[in-house]
Design a protein. Sequence first.
Length: 295
Amino acid sequence: MKKYLRFSLIGLLLILTNCQIQNHKQLFDGEPQLISSQFIFTEGPAADQLGNVYFTDQPNDRIYFWDWKTNKTTLFAEKTGRANGTYFDKNDNLIICSDEKGEILKISKNKDIQILSQGFEGKRLNGPNDLWIDHFGGIYFTDPLYKRDYWQNFHQEIPENNLYYRHPNGNMSKLDRFVQPNGIVGSEKLHKLYVSDIDAGKTYVYNILSEGKLSEKKLFCEMGSDGMTLDNLGNLYLTGKGVTIFNNKGEKLTNIPISEEWTSNVTFGGRKASTLFITASKSIYILKMNVSGIQ
């Protein structure tokens, strides 16, 4: 009886393991498709209401967009303060982190530019990097310091690298301090906010309590990330060496290898938000998924 029970438990373990592997494979079937390698360093992808993805070529100070229906990439705007992370607001304006002068900018589809934030408590921000917008219209953003060669007479005015919240009325709150905060993403459905501390090699998770109010952060996984996104199953996608996918418990599911030196960022776009759009060094890639971006 004990022998039978042992083999039954082993069989059950193998079945569960196989189911887990199949679940990993159910996320996607194929391999990433290279769209273009005409850039210097791509970053900050964000999908508009039609599913087209806008992204930055930061050293060239340009923003491009990928039309998912034609699979073509077109220049959208130039001289946008060396835009880094981007996100669309509810009115389909592109909100960008601009580290040239430490600003948060809003760019309409007709390319009108408005400054939303220039500093905190009268001091210049270090270099807004990535952002996520909640349903109130508030902006969570990371502000690490990456010193740029083009900065003239730069003097750091805020000694910490922080997570901030810009309230819809324009007021700013400092929420937390990190070694080097970078990628960020949230979900209204899950009431979660994820923030990567890239130099510490960790990603944290908060519960979203109310407008600009978070719980104490908890360690989500032992991996830092340049950018991140969430799918409709609650899986978190982190970047660096390819794209690494974790389930909502912080357990690694799989890695999508990308043949570039560095994978910077990732988002869902395309038809029904079912295409994974990947920015990686000089290139952009897409991957058809069996899941979609979380709403």
